[in-house]
Write a protein that binds this ligand. Structure first.
Ligand code: A1LUD
Ligand code: HCS
Ligand code: ZN
Length: 344
């Protein structure tokens, strides 16, 4: 079985992925706050991510910055931090001249940095020990992310779009990340159905013992970005006992309500939501464009609705910041306490 037991509360040998996530959600008081954009915040701290490795470049150049950003999100109220491995792949590191072993070490390092940040945060707060779960999720971005041409927003892989190719592409990376000891595996920004199928087959074939989440992205509020049916994709995720949560990330907030309702039609697994700011990524310029993004205040005004729709893990993706997460955390805590107010 691949995967050590994580620091957030034990492995899942006897328990399926959804049961493990439900247990954590319960320990968090019914909701968990996820972090916000990692790359966004690395850039805000001075990193230049104009590189095929995007945020994973910081694993080489500035691991201290990754640790700082994880800590900033924890201080903002996040229960879950997502590692800097979104665009980190063995293939990507090898094309920079690293050996296979060095590339594997860099992948593992992304988990180590997040675990270190958690340890530092817990130590920092040891006078009033943190009661809620603090979890490390190892990010696995799509094949499209590795291509560094923005194709995680089209899901169009041309010739490479076969199940066997995608499984082969992701297998070792998944095994190395699982072995590094995260609490969760985060399959993020999944742009097409084939990649979701490749992930469920790998989870079973590699006998991964760590709960995974599947998070799709959409640009029309109905389908995922490739045009594939969200309902079919969520059904694939629902069929895998290792999948602990299903949801949507890096998608404009205005689409989330309808997308949650679609997911809910086909799964009872916990739902996670971490939208972007609503802006659009220009892959050629490697810049976010359009001034249609929502402010932190607007973003947070959606949170109540998403909770009512059934989302239990909520955070932000690209272009959201520790301020967004602070506001989400405050809003969820208020919601939680108002639900427990005695009826007059
Ligand atoms: C989630 S997108 C903004 C990540 C970056 C993209 N794969 C690129 O390299 O341009
Ligand atoms: N975890 C990644 C997601 C990109 S879509 C990040 O926050 O940078
Ligand atoms: Zn994103």
């Amino acid at each position: 079985m691949v995967g050590k037991s994580g620091g957030g509360g034990g492995g899942v040998a006897e328990e399926d992925g959804a049961a493990a996530v439900r247990r954590w959600v319960e320990a968090g008081g019914g909701r968990l706050v996820m972090d916000g954009g990692l790359a966004t915040e690395l850039e805000a701290n001075g990193a230049d991510l104009n590189d095929p490795l995007w945020s994973a470049k910081c694993l080489l150049s500035s691991p201290h910055l990754i640790r700082k950003v994880h800590l900033d999100y924890l201080e903002a109220g996040a229960n879950i931090i997502i590692t800097a491995s979104y665009q980190a792949t063995i293939q990507g590191f090898e094309s920079k001249g690293f050996s296979k072993e060095q590339s594997e070490d860099l992948l593992a390092k992304s988990v180590e940095i997040a675990r270190e940040a958690r340890d530092m945060f817990l130590k920092e707060h040891s006078d009033r020990p943190i009661q809620h779960p603090i979890l490390v999720a190892a990010s696995i971005g799509s094949y499209g992310a590795y291509l560094a041409d923005g194709s995680e927003y089209s899901g169009d892989y041309g010739e490479a779009g076969t199940l066997e190719f995608l499984k082969d592409f992701h297998k070792q990376r998944l095994e190395v990340l699982a072995e590094a000891g995260p609490d969760l595996i985060a399959f993020e920004t999944i742009p097409n159905k084939l990649e979701a199928q490749a992930y469920v087959e790998l989870l079973d074939e590699c006998n991964i013992s760590i709960p995974a989440w599947f998070s799709f992205n959409s640009k029309d509020g109905v389908h995922i970005v490739s045009g594939d049916s969200l309902i079919e994709c969520a059904t694939i995720a629902n069929g895998c006992s290792k999948v602990g949560a299903v949801g949507i990330n890096c998608t404009p907030p205005r689409f989330i309500h309808g997308l949650i309702l679609s997911i809910r039609k086909v799964t009872d697994k916990p739902i996670l939501i971490y939208p972007n700011s609503g802006e659009r990524y220009d892959a050629e310029k490697k810049e976010w464009v359009e001034s249609t993004g929502v402010s932190d205040g607007d973003f947070v005004s959606y949170v109540n609705e998403w909770c009512k729709d059934g989302a239990v893990l909520i955070g932000g993706c690209c272009r959201t910041t520790p301020n967004t997460i602070k506001a989400i955390s405050r809003s969820l805590n208020q919601r939680h306490s108002s639900l427990h107010l005695p009826v007059a």
